[in-house]
Design a binder for this molecule. Structure first.
Ligand code: ZN
Length: 150
């Protein structure tokens, strides 16, 4: 690994650490229009995502739950990234985050979400990082069942 990769890895770890210690939008949304539960039994991560959607635009997003640093940081980053997106734009971003975590990098810069690409080195953690995004996808689509719930 060259120096710039080491710097990048350090930056990613700092962002994950910061969002885990001080998660953004970590609360229930009293006027949520959509919500869903998510559970990653491999790690024990559990969370609830709340969305306030008006005219197909995500006005607010928040979450509550308990999980490892990566699941918490990813959920925190998600609540910031989806605010202001239309539901269609969210679905596009959801697909891109999946790419970022598993396969090929999307052909454009993903901004703050780039930090999530760091988990590709730890395959067991991919489900931790993707949990908040799957859960939000279910909330957006108002699916009554999540992939894994209590
Ligand atoms: Zn986890």
């Amino acid at each position: 690994m060259d120096a710039s990769q080491a710097d990048l890895r350090e930056l990613y770890q700092e962002v994950i650490f910061d969002h885990n210690r001080n998660p953004r939008n970590f609360r229930r949304l009293e006027d949520a229009t959509h919500y869903a539960l998510g559970h990653n039994p491999l790690c024990g991560d559990k969370l609830t995502v709340y969305l306030k959607v008006v005219d197909d635009i995500i006005q607010e997003a928040s979450f509550l739950g308990e999980g490892c640093a990566i699941s918490t940081a990813s959920a925190s980053l998600m609540t910031e990234a989806v605010k202001g997106l239309t539901l269609d734009e969210f679905e596009k971003l959801y697909g891109e985050v999946h790419q970022l975590l598993t396969e090929n990098h999307p052909d454009h810069d993903m901004g703050k979400l780039e930090v999530l690409s760091g988990v590709r080195e730890f395959p067991a953690r991919v489900k931790c990082a993707s949990l908040a995004w799957h859960t939000t996808h279910n909330a957006v689509n108002q699916l009554s069942e999540t992939a894994q719930t209590e």
